[in-house]
Structures are given as C-alpha cells and as structure tokens.
Design a protein around this ligand. Structure first.
Ligand code: ZN
Length: 406
C-alpha cells in the first residue's frame, strides 16, 4: 500500500517551471490510450464533483471524465493526460465553439457548486492553474466554469437551446474565489447569449456568473441549500432539478406522500405545488449524458415533436429517425407530415448527421474523435441504433448514418 502510494507520486512535467506541485497517479484513467490528442487548447473548465472524492474520483477515472481531480486535502490527481481529450463538458458551447472538450482541459474539484472549497484546494488548484495557463498560454478570462459553457436542448420548460443546464463549478466565477486563485480577470458576459445563439435559462445562475462582487455575495445568501427542494409558484421543477428532472434517480414526493421517479412522470404540469424533489446525485459520470437522455421518442408520455424540441423541432439540427430506417432533418420534414409523425419516431435534438456512407468506412472519417462517445449514434441499415460505446473497431457498413452532437 505504502509503496504503491509512493510510486504513484510524480512531478507534472520536468520541463515545466519548477513549482513543487506533486501530481498523483492513483486515479490515472484506463481510458487514456483511446483518447485523441487535442489539437487546440484555449480554455480551462472548472467543475465541482457534487459528491465526495471517495465516490467521484473512481468514477472520473473509470470514465475518463476529467484531466485532473483536486481532492479536499489539496492532492492533485492526474486522470486523463493533459494533452488528451477528457469528456467533462457534455453538451457545451463557448463563443460559438461547440463541444468544448475538444478545446479545453477539465479540472474536477471535489466539492459543491455553492460551497466554499478548502484552503488546501485553493492552494494546489491555484498552482495547477498557473502551470497549465503558462504551458498553454491561457489568459485568466478563459478559465471558465462548467456552468458557463454547458447548454441544454429545448425541453418542456424552455423551448430553445439555452444556457443554465448546469450550475456545476458556479463558485469559481465569484470575484472573491477568483482572487484566492490569483485570477485577475474573468469573462464579463455570456458570448453565446449575447450573440443570440442561446437564450438564458437560469436567471439566478447568470447573475452569479456575471454579477459584480456585491451582487454575488447577496445572491449566495439567498441560495437554497443543496438537496431536497419544494415545488412552488416561484420554483418550478426545472428550477430545482435542471437537466436531471427526467432521471430515474430524481425522486418526487407529492404532498399526499406519493413517490414518483423522474422517468415515471407523464404530465409535468400536474406535479402539485408542495412536491418535494430529491435531485439525483449529479456526479460527473452523469455529465456526459446517456443514451436514454439523448434519444427521445415521439408518443412516449404523449409527447409531440414540438414538446420535445420546442422552437427547434423543425430546424436542421433536429433529426427524426423514421421507423423505416431513414432519417430526416427537421428542416426537411414536409409540413403535412409534421402533425402525423407516428408514435415511436425517435428524435435527436442539437445534432449533426453524416452519411449514410456510400461504402464501408471508418467512423473516424465521418465524425472524427467523437466516434466512440456515448452520445454519438449510428443508424444501421436495418434501422438499429447503436451508441459510440457499442461500436467496436468503428468500421461502418455501407448505408450506416452517423449522428453526433453539434
Ligand atoms: Zn461539471
């Protein structure tokens, strides 16, 4: 045990300026060999695990969902090599660039989005940031939080793609917190909301991220504690659970004592005021999305295309997977067909499509490094849908279509 721990200790990189930072390899991810080297590194994204290190760090390692983890005792763990792509942002955009993982180093700080981290964490995270910023020439204003870059597809509450999908890492936008990390400047506004690419889906979050120091203090004082919250006229299910609302492990306890899981609720309007919501543990492994969340089905719980995709139902980035094995973009869907889409039609919102491929070829040639991601999908000639995780060596049969997040 002792020996293993000793040998786990290595210096970050000998060529970096000597700073004395030790990086531990105890959680070095088995996913490393399969991850592409990034060709562009312009951001550092800070996350909070929303779970203790004892559960979060092994999950991050198993799934390769961060480049570094910083535990409460200040220890820095290498998870995915800093030169390779870690999957930590999920659906994300910043300044018009989508899939921020392709442009960023991800650091998971063990802690919660609305709670102070430890002194030891401030200290070692500060040193780690300095090292990485020096190495990649990343200015302070490009040290961002996951909550800044994550965005959501339209849902029952918000009919357009929106910021506010997550509050992860929110505290690292606070002026006092950045000061402790010796970050002198920060992004002053949300470039994608300003440019109209997204709308703002979480007013509270936007104020914490871009308010001045006094506003931030004031807001945090009124922030509700983590854990169970109650649906009220002021707090919708969406306000409380954000993008975890439909999950099987988000639990709703109605005032009459009835318990429902997020995936069992059909009519969201009918969730009574006074319902207690226990939001699922939004640990990192849940971040990159699962098949169940991405592929939506018309007719399930009576859902129509516009209920699922809102204003983006008929846009080119909403894909319809027809039962006969073909697919259509929303913009190609003839108007008369829109009202008659049969139950069972599968939908992907916020996606690009490649193919069907005219001859057998490698998936990488169609969608690059994303080919093996769990939220990349393959529509086989017979109509079967597979996720990137199920794709073996990535050789696509003639006629396979590829869908990947845009
Ligand atoms: Zn995060």
């Amino acid at each position: 045990m002792w020996l293993g721990w000793r040998y786990g200790v290595v210096m970050l990189l000998a060529a970096w300026p000597a700073c004395g930072l030790q990086v531990y390899n105890n959680f070095y991810s088995p996913r490393n060999p399969e991850r592409e080297a990034r060709t562009d590194t312009r951001y550092i994204i800070l996350h909070t695990t929303e779970a203790p290190g004892s559960s979060a760090l092994p999950k991050l390692s198993a799934c390769g969902e961060a480049n570094f983890g910083v535990d409460t005792d200040g220890r820095v763990y290498r998870i995915v090599d800093h030169r390779r792509t870690a999957y930590h942002c999920g659906r994300s955009m910043w300044d018009g660039r989508v899939n921020v993982d392709d442009h960023a180093i991800g650091i998971e700080v063990v802690g919660y989005h609305n709670k102070e981290v430890t002194r030891a964490q401030y200290q070692s995270l500060g040193v780690l940031l300095k090292e990485l910023q020096f190495r990649y020439r990343i200015p302070d204003e490009r040290v961002l939080t996951h909550s800044m870059v994550a965005y959501g597809a339209p849902n029952k509450w918000i009919t357009r793609s929106h910021r506010g999908r997550k509050r992860c890492g929110m505290l690292f936008a606070r002026a006092d917190v950045r000061q402790k990390l010796q970050l002198q400047s920060k992004a002053r506004f949300d470039p994608d909301v300003r440019a109209g690419r997204l709308i703002n889906g979480d007013m509270y979050l936007a104020k914490v991220l871009y308010g001045n120091a006094r506003e931030q203090e004031h807001l945090l004082a009124q922030s509700s504690p983590a854990g169970a919250s109650v649906v009220s006229a002021q707090h919708s299910v969406w306000d409380i659970a954000r993008d975890s609302y439909r999950r099987a492990d988000t639990i709703y306890i109605y005032p009459d004592g009835t318990r429902r899981a997020g995936n069992q609720i059909r009519d969201w309007q009918a969730v009574p005021l006074g319902t207690k919501v226990q939001v699922a543990d939004t640990s990192p492994a849940a971040d990159s999305g699962s098949t169940a969340d991405e592929v939506q089905v018309i007719g399930v719980d009576g859902a129509t295309a516009t209920e699922i995709a809102g204003d983006e139902a008929w846009s080119a980035s909403t894909l319809y997977l027809l039962r006969d094995g073909r697919f259509l973009r929303g913009s190609q869907m003839p108007v008369p067909a829109r009202d008659k889409l049969p139950a069972g039609t599968r939908m992907l919102v916020g996606y690009s499509a490649g193919g069907p491929v005219p001859t057998a070829r490698l998936a990488q040639e169609v969608c690059g490094a994303r080919w093996r991601q769990p939220d990349t999908f393959y529509l086989m000639p017979g109509g079967t849908l597979k996720s990137g995780r199920e794709m073996g060596n990535g050789m696509l049969a003639k006629g396979t279509a590829v869908f990947y997040r845009n």
